[in-house]
Design a protein around this ligand. Structure first.
Ligand SMILES: [Zn+2]
Length: 368
């Protein structure tokens, strides 16, 4: 099943404000809430789907990436799509949104807190071919992982709830307050056994190989997200994400501008005068083009669809071939005599007409 658009899920427009996004999420979450739809799997999926949409759209950075690159920008590298958020994550992240409707926190019982591991960031260098076709890269990542043999036990202070309730008598009557448990910081668990080599949270640093799926159409500076491959969180918490920043290797011949490519083609004066066929390198191959008889320097040929694909799947960019006529800087006596003879020849006299577009017209045409 392909992923639905986040705006569609929350039934909002792309221009919705942060407040509108929050309201829309609250509406969807309450509608599909498990307490209202017990045992209804479809409702549960919708509930999760809305949480995922809200998780992205409520975060300005993630929202910007999603607006520009769609699902690929926020976890298409193998993240969310696979596992998705579980119910526990949703309640611990967004529980406050339901406040009022469902008692204090979420539902009746407020669960213990789960810790979140920190994100890791790496850079991956890609050439044009890899960016054009998409690829998969294996990278070594040093991350904190829960050590083998680590065991936890229920926090004796709070009995695993993560909360302590304090009752105080005041002249207004009994006041009851709930605070995070001081012994376990609200997690409900404490370390029971920590093996040698692990830190006091039961984590050890390991080097792992992570395979990153890179979609076609990425470019310099794009950040992909691999969920759960950042640092593990202590006490079985939620692992952080691995953020992958794309570095672009500069191509020898093709210059990139967004999804378009540019290539400088040099032809000799005789070639420009008589016409010629030339091979033009493309990202994956090459194409043969015809330079017409009488071609002017500065002419731009557009090879449709030979640029890079867009991440959103809205088709490919183009390859622009810029024709430069090479003027010789060394001539034999005979050649010099020939050009001298042509000096006042009518045919050699420039006579730019309507067909000769100005530089600005060409630029305009290129982007139309
Ligand atoms: Zn505790």
């Amino acid at each position: 099943m392909s992923k639905r658009d986040y705006y569609e899920i929350l039934e909002i427009s792309k221009s919705a404000t942060a407040e509108e996004i929050k309201k829309a999420y609250r509406k969807q979450a309450l509608k599909h809430h498990p307490d209202k739809n017990p045992g209804d799997k479809v409702a549960e999926e919708k509930f999760k789907e809305a949480a995922e949409a809200y998780e992205v759209l409520s975060d300005p950075q993630k929202k910007a990436r999603y607006d520009q690159f769609g699902h690929a920008g926020v976890g298409g590298a193998g993240g969310f799509g696979g596992g998705g958020m579980n119910m526990e994550d949703i309640f611990s992240h967004f529980g406050d949104i339901f406040g009022g409707h469902f008692g204090g926190g979420f539902g009746q019982q407020r669960g213990p807190r789960r810790m979140k591991g920190s994100d890791l960031r790496i850079r991956v260098k890609l050439n044009l071919e890899e960016m054009m076709n998409g690829t998969s890269k294996k990278v070594k990542v040093k991350r904190f992982k829960q050590a083998k043999g680590v065991t936890f036990k229920t926090c004796p202070t709070c009995g695993g709830s993560g909360y302590q309730t304090k009752v105080t008598n005041t002249f207004l009557g009994q006041m009851q307050t709930t605070v995070a448990c001081g012994s376990c910081q609200g997690i409900g668990k404490i370390a029971d056994h920590i093996p040698a080599g692990a830190n006091n949270q039961g984590l050890t640093k390991v080097e792992e190989t992570v395979e990153i799926k890179i979609p076609a159409g990425v470019r310099e500076g794009i950040q992909l997200q691999v969920s759960g491959k950042g640092n593990d969180a202590p006490f079985d918490g939620i692992p952080g994400d691995l953020l992958v920043v794309i570095d672009e290797e500069v191509h020898n011949e093709l210059k990139r501008d967004g999804n378009n490519l540019h290539y400088d083609l040099y032809v000799s004066i005789p070639e420009a005068v008589l016409g010629v066929s030339k091979d033009i390198p493309t990202v994956n191959n090459k194409v043969r083009i015809k330079v017409d008889k009488g071609t002017q320097s500065g002419k731009v040929l557009r090879l449709k669809g030979q640029g890079l694909p867009s991440l959103n799947g809205y088709g490919n960019g183009d390859l622009f071939v810029h024709i430069n006529v090479w003027t010789p800087d060394k001539l034999s006596k005979e050649q010099e005599a020939f050009f001298e003879k042509m000096m006042n020849d009518e045919n050699f006299n420039p006579h730019p007409g309507k067909d000769e577009k100005s530089f600005f017209d060409k630029v305009k045409e290129m982007f139309s």
